[in-house]
Design a protein around this ligand. Sequence first.
Ligand SMILES: *[C@@H]1O[C@H](CO)[C@@H](O)[C@H](O)[C@H]1NC(C)=O
Ligand SMILES: *[C@@H]1O[C@H](CO)[C@@H](O)[C@H](O)[C@H]1NC(C)=O
Ligand SMILES: *[C@@H]1O[C@H](CO)[C@@H](O)[C@H](O)[C@H]1NC(C)=O
Ligand SMILES: *[C@@H]1O[C@H](CO)[C@@H](O)[C@H](O)[C@H]1NC(C)=O
Ligand SMILES: *[C@@H]1O[C@H](CO)[C@@H](O)[C@H](O)[C@H]1NC(C)=O
Ligand SMILES: CC(=O)N[C@H]1CO[C@H](CO)[C@@H](O)[C@@H]1O
Length: 491
Amino acid sequence: MHSSLITLPLLALLLFVGSQAQNLHICNTHCDNRDASEVSDGARVVATSTINGREIRLIISDTDNMGFAIIINGTARDEVWLDRSFDAGLSWENGSLLGFTTIPQGVNYATTTMFNVDYDAVKGLGALRACGRGLDPSPGPLTCTEWARSNVHSETRIDAAATALMQYFNGQLWHTVGWWNGANVLTALIQYMKFTDSRTHFHVIETAYTENLDGWDGNFTSDALDDTEWWALAWIDAYDVTGNQTYLAMAQFDADYIYQYVDSVCGGGVWWSTARTYKNAITNELYIQLAAALHNRIPGDTKYLAQAIEIWEWFKQSGMINEESLINDGLRDDCTSNRDTTWTYNQGVILGALVELYRATNDSTYLSEATTIADAVLQSPILTRNGVLTEPCEYSGQVGCGDHTGGCDCNQIAFKGIFLRHLGELNRNLGSNGQGPYQAYLNRQADTTYASNRNILNQYGIHFAGPLEDINASTQQSGLEAFTATLFPRF
Ligand SMILES: *[C@@H]1O[C@H](CO)[C@@H](O)[C@H](O)[C@H]1NC(C)=O
Ligand SMILES: *[C@@H]1O[C@H](CO)[C@@H](O)[C@H](O)[C@H]1NC(C)=O
Ligand SMILES: *[C@@H]1O[C@H](CO)[C@@H](O)[C@H](O)[C@H]1NC(C)=O
Ligand SMILES: *[C@@H]1O[C@H](CO)[C@@H](O)[C@H](O)[C@H]1NC(C)=O
Ligand SMILES: *[C@@H]1O[C@H](CO)[C@@H](O)[C@H](O)[C@H]1NC(C)=O
Ligand SMILES: CC(=O)N[C@H]1CO[C@H](CO)[C@@H](O)[C@@H]1O
């Protein structure tokens, strides 16, 4: 896994996101700095913060897709302004103090002018917060509300989760996550498009393709073969929603690159990396899924189906699937299972792989083998705690990704969404009329993360059951996938 970011030129259109150019003057339906008295009916207070007896309010008009700030219960010269962020609240237009104003003599409140939430011309998705401070008797500490936005592109919980994820997009990848996570964020966004009718973020498919084509070793390959597979599977989904053969051809190119690293050590299987030091579960599960998916999309193919079956037959008897029907991480040098952690994503990708094999063959044995593994996750007290999907590293008290104590590293925070993506796929193939055998479980994950793991910007943290912490684009990817997994195909 490569977590580090690579640098390539940003899309010129989105340059403002990285540089946070000051003094943006945005005109959508209305222009920035519009008088607040012109606000449309239905504006609402979305966030408040208090400091030294003053209250700062953020007011958003969904109709205008604009917001403004008010300070009340203050004294003359108290200050109020807006901050606006185009990267999910990581940074904002420094020094702009949008709409900055002070309380005049004789009253105890002041209102800023209105500013746009989004920047439509460059598809910039923004967030606002209201800030202020008292000036009497001397400059006091400042306070800001939480970040929030309008309900534009965010009316339902799944649309809001997708829009909050797109706020991290930097024109190439996503702020706070690197190469392999980027492939998974893209997959989560494309699956959202696939299972809803939304095309709001459609442009990201081509942009991510073009801007990352020269990343690492080119054509989405690198020494990390699992990373190559994540990208290849993103291009399979891209092909599904666009019908564009370029993406299918790229997935095929990547599969052929990976298959060079299948050999007879331990009886078969793909190596984790080109260094040929470790045969593990994820790389092989992903390959089965990729090869079977290619077969299902390339008329007349026999090669990829044969590869998918070959790797599955090997994997099934490799020892990595343990006596509980859960999948451990990989093989030791002596070719026995290392019995390492049963990460949720290792229980997930195989479900998607077996569904693709079922589609390729109509052999329902593949679905029953998938069901056995899925049921084992639902029954595992480690992976399903009080009915809620939980990564083994969560709540461990160890310092995890970032400075927080979520206990999972920067790779592991993405795993639960990956599991749900594939459980959803199995559920769709076992069910009909919007109900599969895992529907109740999937609905519970979505409802729990919505209720216990979300802020008012519709950002999701690492723990589905809360508390809310460690928010970044990978935890957001998992949040989005909790909703997508509950949906049935509509295309
Ligand atoms: C403003 O101050 C008054 C008097 O101190 C108090 O009764 C009122 O609740 C305050 N309003 C807000 C919104 O803080
Ligand atoms: C197919 O995708 C490629 C890569 O994003 C793009 O350059 C090309 O224009 C697309 N073709 C069509 C017909 O949309
Ligand atoms: C990428 O794929 C194209 C088309 O197959 C090929 O011509 C090119 O050499 C590949 N580049 C790399 C760096 O693999
Ligand atoms: C699987 O069965 C369906 C329904 O009978 C049929 O349409 C499809 O062609 C079959 N696929 C394969 C690969 O045999
Ligand atoms: C999100 O993940 C990145 C690495 O992918 C890490 O640097 C960052 O600290 C994480 N953010 C949080 C809040 O954990
Ligand atoms: C002077 C100033 O306001 N600096 C802020 C600029 O924005 C970053 C975050 O984007 C803040 O951390 C700085 O304090």
